[in-house]
Design a protein around this ligand. Structure first.
Ligand SMILES: [Zn+2]
Length: 93
């Protein structure tokens, strides 16, 4: 059904959707089913799902790739971006 905020026909939206990048085991060819929104693969090739999370399911090798570490890195990068933007706005750099 067409809606005012998305004028395309649903079938056309599906046809225009990004394609799954997985290789099908059965054919050896690329899957090419529509990928799930925000994913590179379709629902049959691992979109969503994933391993259980939480401290009991950790695969600890080092602390570099923990969720907390990623959040910290993201926050630091955001701070650096904001500082750079502020410096640019003030005429520095
Ligand atoms: Zn697929």
């Amino acid at each position: 059904m067409k809606s005012p905020d998305n004028p395309k026909h649903p079938a056309q939206r599906l046809a225009d959707a990004p394609r799954c990048t997985a290789t099908a085991k059965s054919t050896g060819c690329r899957c090419n089913s529509p990928a799930v929104k925000g994913w590179k693969v379709c629902r049959m090739h691992g979109a969503r799902g994933g391993a259980p999370s939480g401290p009991a399911n950790g695969r600890w090798r080092h602390g570099n790739r923990t969720r907390a570490g990623d959040d910290m890195r993201r926050m630091m990068a955001q701070l650096v971006r904001e500082a750079r933007d502020t410096a640019k706005a003030l005429g520095g750099i």
